[in-house]
Ligand binder design. Sequence first.
Ligand SMILES: Nc1ncnc2c1ncn2[C@@H]1O[C@H](COP(=O)(O)OP(=O)(O)OP(=O)(O)O)[C@@H](O)[C@H]1O
Length: 347
Amino acid sequence: MITFEGVTKRYGDGTVAVDNLNLQVPTGAITVFVGPSGCGKTTSLRMINRMIDATEGRILLDDQDVRKIDPPTLRRGIGYVIQQSGLFPHRKIVDNVATVPYLLGWDKKKARDRAMELLERVGLDLKMADRYPFQLSGGQQQRVGVARALAADPPVLLMDEPFSAVDPVVRTSLQDELLRLQAELQKTIVFVTHDIDEAIKLGDTVAVFRVGGHLAQVADPSTLLAEPADDFVEGFLGRDRGIRRLSFVSAGDLAVRSEAVVPGWSVALDEDNRPLGWRPDGDGAGLQPFGTVDLKKDSLRAALDAALLAPSGCPIAVDGDGRFAGVVTREALDEALTRATRGPSDG
Ligand SMILES: Nc1ncnc2c1ncn2[C@@H]1O[C@H](COP(=O)(O)OP(=O)(O)OP(=O)(O)O)[C@@H](O)[C@H]1O
């Protein structure tokens, strides 16, 4: 657990970057600091590993005041990943990843073995190990940055806009990779971003900052989307928060009809019982597009998307192997959407 207790940072020119921050960062989970530019996210992050010292208040790392730990010792237990990866340009990838193990005095073979294991874990081709950073794409460099931060197996990982400089496709795969790694490693991660979608995707907890270094709201993503604390948070979440909220509601409660027909349409199936498309009643027209929903793992948002894709307006339910499991009628979907979007105060 990392605890901010009344933490304020005032820079030399009088700028108050962080103002009386009180916050708990739970162990083994991802906490995202999100907010507009200049609201004090990076300053707050860097006070954890003492790259910046607080002016007032204290930060506790598992009950120990970080000010009482000398910075090199402190940083050994805290991995740090930044936007431009920060790799050493003149060192091979494998040696970049092994930087901290070398510093800790590991023998060269053990450090390199560890580096190779991590490169594999973050999804990099091991052929990259002997290259230099300039020979890698931006996304690959970021993966190396993550591997390097994990090299000495620190319990805490600080990530400052680590995926901001790469294109959206690479960014999505880096985010997925981080979630996959985190499911295995369960580090205490503090992740800074100005992108609310990234925050909602990655965060177990999301701390929304407003300019002036104030906390606007701390909540899990679903609660944040359902109950923004004020107009600022609501505006920051954007106009489609209702739709995005549905991502956190399981499709599991949707009522399914086992017949492959709805008025005007039937589902065409292949010999393995997998949907091929919607067939309109009467003859002539060919198969029409369809969308599927796996009730065991998909969300209501996926169900809505599947409904919108199909001319029949109905999602096709499938099992984990993509085989036909039934049809979700419009009525069933409407009912589930109404239930999901009704606020808690409405009963
Ligand atoms: N060394 C410094 N001296 C004076 N002011 C600073 C210094 N570093 C940051 N600031 C100011 O402190 C405030 C918070 O900066 P910080 O970098 O923590 O914000 P941020 O939320 O991370 O912003 P961004 O998303 O743009 O990176 C800003 O007003 C910034 O200009």
